[in-house]
Design a protein around this ligand. Structure first.
Ligand code: FAD
Length: 296
């Protein structure tokens, strides 16, 4: 196995173009497990750790541009206000050691349906900045996951950053695991209220071949909130509306039975998490007392 150590982003892109089968390594918390267990023996490892810009972030007017290698611990520490859903999801990842190494670029590279960043990215609205020597393209997060542990990157592309919409309202993340820490999700649910556009977005983890949004549930809730005047009145959401949202969210799942849980348990749990996260976020929205216009 050859170890490629580019000193700059340009060198990394050139190396990936020359060796498209090279496996990038950032924190290594997925890659090294696969190599140690002999599940993967790549001809080339492409070490991205000398490229400082991948560990940087910028907070813009509308978006946060999060470098692919920014570790979860930094998201929790520095971006809680801008990316509350992702910060909450980051909290649930593994242990402090893993959170100091692993990041969103690696989570996207692995594209496991159980990865914790995905529901938060789907709910917030994000785009993946994919770059090769051929140029840069922005991949909407909804189009990024193409199958079980498969993503939309071309063989010569690397993830440079993820552009995530800054929160304009409350966000939540809920995860069911077999214990409280160091656990891969049995299933997970992310929810973001977007008062500026009067919409709600969701993300479901580990309950379908890829991370998915519960689009029918979103459409139902968006219509119910609008018709009932809830965004303006900030009154408690009718229980029947919350129940129907939960039922539709559970219906968006396409889970399997595996060692971590059964399909029917996952469906049930996603419904519960959908109702709870809606309750939590809506309570927080009601309590903010902020105008929906220009809220940031
Ligand atoms: C003990 C343990 C517990 C864990 N618990 C959790 C958990 O609770 N939740 C969770 O979501 N994950 C968990 N993981 C998995 C892992 O920590 C995460 O997926 C993490 O986000 C991976 O980030 P990384 O930087 O370490 O990626 P790496 O291991 O370096 O890379 C992962 C994949 O992404 C690719 N890649 C990395 N960077 C780029 C880039 N810039 N461009 C293109 N491809 C890239 C790599 O080639 C590889 O395919 C756990 C892992 C361990 C070992």
């Amino acid at each position: 196995m050859d170890f490629l150590r580019p000193a700059s982003w340009e060198e990394a892109l050139a190396a990936k173009a020359e060796h498209p089968t090279a496996v990038p390594i950032a924190g290594g918390t997925d890659v090294m497990v696969e190599i140690n267990f002999d599940h993967r023996r790549p001809e080339y490892l492409l070490d991205l750790n000398r490229i400082g810009e991948l560990s940087e972030w910028e907070v813009g007017q509308e978006n946060v541009r999060l470098g692919a290698s920014v570790p979860y611990s930094h998201i929790m520490e520095h971006l809680r206000a801008e990316l509350p859903g992702l910060a909450l999801a980051s909290h649930t990842v593994a242990s402090p050691q893993i959170r100091n190494r692993g990041g969103v670029g690696g989570n996207l590279g692995t594209a496991s349906p159980a990865g914790d960043a995905h529901p938060a990215l789907l709910a917030a609205g994000a785009e993946v900045e994919a770059v090769s020597v051929r140029g840069t393209r922005m991949i909407p997060i909804d189009a990024f996951y193409t199958g079980v542990k498969r993503n939309a990157l071309a063989p010569d592309e690397l993830i440079r950053a993820v552009h995530i919409k800054k929160a304009d309202g409350p966000q939540q993340y809920s995860k069911v695991g077999t214990r409280n820490a160091m656990v891969i999700a049995v299933c997970a649910f992310g929810l973001a209220l977007h008062p500026e556009t009067r919409t709600v977005r969701t993300g479901i983890g580990s309950a379908a071949p890829t991370p998915v949004r519960a689009k029918e549930a979103e459409e139902f809730l968006n219509a119910a909130l609008e018709e009932g005047g809830f965004w303006d009145s900030r009154t408690i959401i009718t229980p029947s509306v919350a129940a129907q949202f939960a039922t539709l969210a559970a219906g968006a799942c396409n889970p399997i039975d595996d060692v971590r849980g059964t399909a029917s348990y996952r469906r049930h749990a996603v419904g519960i998490m959908a109702r709870r996260t809606l309750g939590w976020t809506w309570e927080s929205y009601r309590g903010t007392g902020r105008s929906t216009e220009g809220a940031a």
